[in-house]
Ligand binder design. Structure first.
Ligand SMILES: *[C@@H]1O[C@H](CO)[C@@H](O)[C@H](O)[C@H]1NC(C)=O
Ligand SMILES: *[C@@H]1O[C@H](CO)[C@@H](O)[C@H](O)[C@H]1NC(C)=O
Ligand SMILES: *[C@@H]1O[C@H](CO)[C@@H](O)[C@H](O)[C@H]1NC(C)=O
Length: 514
């Protein structure tokens, strides 16, 4: 009976092919990787996927339609992130906003949104909540993907903010648990500032939402819901986080931790790399600063000092670098492209020197390789700090004369097994799941479609006002009753006392007269 039921369930979930629109415009190689991790399981399950992406995609699958956001890619390539000195929050937000607005104004995407009907819309959280408009004008379930995990902004959107008292915000973590009072207060302060900022930003978000989506809604002949309604109308939130590498957080049932979902079974290594790694039983250090930090950003003297350092090590060094280097020491091997995961899972890898981007960190955890993190910007510093606190990484600041620090960190990490053993242990918990995380992508998107919005697993907190959630109205009434009661008691007691005293005085007065 159970078996037939399971078989039936399988038929139901794979029987229908849905039309799914994925709007994943963040132009970076690592986001592209994360996006593929969403698109691929959907295609594999037989769905029709339309994917708006900044990258050119050819011949991936017969059921995939690509909307190439070439202008977005060109816009980002025209900005040299490394030459920017001001990479503050405001700059990053404007940058992200330009990308999101450019995407929503893309004529091909607009035509598809107006003319076609999808069963679900998937979009990525990129600080631009006006993107709620996509699912709103399609009137279908909205699946939000967070590439950076679950955090108070998202808690507010799909639930209530629960983590401020218990989970340190990025840059406010020193590993102490429970959070010391001062840290908790700093958490509260950052959260307050965040709220102020949100409050100031809300009119801009709302007007952007209206100006982008009301013409599209009109062309589709549907009403555009108020921004606030659309914004909270998330059916499923897929969060790129997991307890093994972050804090355990209270999640409503529609928030699904899927960190590691983009990691596929690593492909076999090319022959030259396989031979090189197999032939290095003394150990291999893999060095890659990802795709954002171009080699050109590395000053010649820094580069030479790194080479000199690597030459002095009794290990093989694999360095991902865009251009060939002259006078390489015999133990250093440079390639412009490397199959990172396949390298990391090789048994001879001892250490990974990285910028500490989320994907690299996740892949290192998956493979069980300790990190020497040299973060540059964005979430890299906080990822590196978290990994360092967890005991499987050492962080070095990125600067032109960082090589002595790198050397000290290498010495520290390679002279002990502590980092290695720690990351192996974390790797084990990271991989210990009831089902592979990529299976959850498909399961929950289908669930959202088949239950018309997965309302049954959304947080009921959204239906209440903040003071109701904090039970302030209740506390107020209880306090009022308490105050009334105490007042009555006091009145009664003083009344009694007065009567008793009054009688006594009367008696005394009578006695005196007599
Ligand atoms: C593509 O979609 C069609 C119709 O939904 C389906 O029959 C077919 O199997 C899909 N192709 C692949 C390779 O999954
Ligand atoms: C965003 O676009 C505006 C207008 O096109 C431009 O002035 C601004 O410099 C851009 N900002 C960033 C951070 O790219
Ligand atoms: C909310 O989402 C559901 C599907 O999940 C959709 O039917 C409904 O129209 C949406 N409502 C608003 C206000 O966007």
């Amino acid at each position: 009976m159970k078996a037939t039921l399971a078989a039936l369930m399988l038929c139901i979930s794979s029987g229908f092919a849905y039309k799914i629109l994925c709007i994943l415009p963040v132009p970076s190689k690592s986001h592209d990787h994360l996006s593929l991790g969403i698109v691929k399981p959907l295609l594999k399950a037989g769905h029709q996927v339309t994917w708006a992406t900044p990258y050119e995609k050819k011949n991936i699958h017969e059921n995939l339609t690509v909307i190439e956001l070439k202008e977005i890619r060109e816009f980002v390539e025209s900005v040299d992130i490394m030459s920017k000195t001001d990479l503050g929050f405001q700059y990053m937000r404007n940058f992200a906003r330009n990308i999101s607005i450019g995407t929503a104004q893309h004529p091909v995407l607009q035509r598809v949104l107006v003319e076609q009907q999808f069963d679900a819309v998937v979009s990525v959280w990129f600080m631009n909540e006006f993107e709620a408009g996509y699912a709103a004008i399609q009137q279908v379930p909205w699946i939000l993907v967070s590439s950076v995990g679950y955090h108070p902004h998202l808690e507010k959107q799909v639930d209530q903010v629960r983590s401020i008292a218990t989970v340190p915000l990025a840059f406010n973590d020193n590993g102490d648990r429970p959070m010391p009072t001062v840290r908790r207060f700093i958490n509260g302060l950052i959260y307050m500032i965040m709220n102020f900022d949100e409050w100031f930003d809300k009119p801009t978000l709302t007007s952007t939402y209206e100006s982008l989506f009301s013409p599209l809604a009109a062309r589709r002949g549907v009403p555009l819901p108020p921004f606030e309604d659309a914004y909270h109308n998330v059916s499923i939130l897929l969060a790129n986080s997991h307890e093994s590498i972050g804090y355990p957080m209270s999640l409503p049932p529609n928030v699904i931790n899927i960190a590691g979902y983009h990691i596929e079974e690593p492909a076999p290594l090319p022959k030259d790399l396989q031979d090189l790694l197999d032939g290095s039983p003394q150990g291999v250090i893999y060095f890659s600063m990802g795709s954002i930090l171009r080699s050109a950003a590395l000053k010649p003297h820094t580069r030479d000092a790194l080479l000199k350092l690597f030459a002095s090590l009794p290990y093989t060094v694999l360095w991902k670098f865009e251009e060939p280097l002259k006078d390489l020491p015999p133990n250093v091997h440079v390639r412009s492209w490397m199959p990172q995961l396949s390298i990391l899972v090789h048994k001879n890898i001892r250490l990974f020197i990285t910028h500490g981007g989320l994907l690299s960190t996740l892949e290192a955890v998956y493979a069980g390789v300790p990190l020497l993190a040299i973060p540059v910007f964005g979430d890299q510093p906080s990822n590196a700090e978290r990994a360092e606190l967890a005991g499987y990484a050492v962080k070095v600041d990125f600067k032109d004369d960082m090589v002595p620090d790198v050397e000290a960190a290498l010495k520290k990490m390679l002279s002990t097994d502590v980092y290695y053993n720690k990351v192996k242990q974390i790797s084990k918990t990271f991989r210990q799941r009831p089902v592979p995380p990529s299976d959850l992508v498909n399961f929950y998107i289908e669930l959202a479609i088949e239950t018309q919005g997965a309302y049954h697993i959304r947080s009921p907190a959204l239906e209440y006002k903040w003071y109701e959630l904090w039970m302030l109205d209740f506390v107020l009434i209880v306090l009022t009753i308490l105050v009334l009661f105490i007042t009555l008691v006091i009145l009664a007691v003083t009344g009694c006392l007065r009567r008793i005293l009054g009688k006594k005085q009367k008696r005394l007065a009578l006695k005196k007269r007599n």
